[in-house]
Design a binder for this molecule. Structure first.
Ligand code: PMT
Length: 221
């Protein structure tokens, strides 16, 4: 029997990427596999939390004992997350949410006609930012996937989205980011403290993040 220090806590985790439809057969997506988010969900459940996993499309098996809500688009992810938000203690947003979606999804498969095809895109809601505006007792943990200026971009997101902690990954590093079994992250706290972790499996990263969340929960109450 391991440590059950999240017993009695409800933890909402988002994982994988969203898909934004272009037409009935095509979408705009990204390379997120769900591995980071599923590792977090499993680690939190192993520590006794009641876990709600809101996941975009992923080939990973639904973890045992965890309630999984599958979604496709950012709008569906927003609905699923908001439906649970008031009743959870912690939110960890590892999902890669599309910032823009095609303004309209065509009813029928788009035919190959001209040499170019222009899609008009419209901004998606920023789910995490909305949670940051609504939050009361909840701890909010975000991720930042960056290809440049890792720390400054992540710090900006921490502040703009009113987070308690942000986990920054430079997704250009081998062994970090999308679809790898490992990650290399820097953890930035609300007070500005920054910790640099070495390359670790996503499960190890998840365990370390859960440790930090437990400390924050203890200091909160
Ligand atoms: O799934 P894997 O293959 O294991 O890959 C893991 C990962 C690289 C996807 C993960 O480690 C990661 O970095 N997740 C966040 C990806 C992302 O979308 O980052 P962002 O910097 O664009 O967004 C910042 C934060 O705001 C994220 O917590 C994101 O969930 C959230 N967000 C973003 C846009 C939006 N419209 N709504 C949001 O809630």
């Amino acid at each position: 029997q391991g440590n059950r220090d999240l017993a009695g806590k409800r933890v909402l985790v988002t994982a994988a990427g969203t898909r934004e439809p272009i037409d009935p057969v095509r979408y705009i997506g990204n390379h997120s596999s769900g591995k980071m988010g599923y590792a977090l969900a499993e680690a939190a459940a192993a520590r006794g939390a009641e876990v709600i996993l809101v996941s975009g499309p992923s080939s990973l098996a639904c973890p045992a004992g965890i309630t999984v809500t599958k979604v496709e688009t950012a709008a569906q992810m927003r609905e699923a997350v908001l439906a649970e938000f008031d009743t959870v203690d912690v939110v960890i947003k590892a999902a890669a949410v599309a910032d823009y979606r095609p303004e309209t999804a065509a009813d029928q498969k788009i035919k190959k006609t001209g040499n170019t095809l222009t899609l008009s895109m419209i901004k998606n809601p920023d789910i995490l930012r909305e949670l940051g505006e609504r939050k009361k007792h909840q701890l909010l943990i975000g991720f930042a996937a960056e290809t440049q200026e890792l720390l400054s971009h992540a710090q900006e997101k921490l502040i703009k989205k009113n987070l308690d902690m942000i986990v920054a990954n430079d997704v250009t590093l081998p062994g970090a980011g999308f679809n790898t079994d490992t990650n290399i992250v820097r953890v930035i706290h609300k007070n500005g403290q920054i910790e640099e972790l070495p390359q670790l499996t996503k499960r190890q990263v998840a365990e370390i993040l859960i440790d930090k969340i437990c400390v924050m929960l203890t200091n909160y109450t």
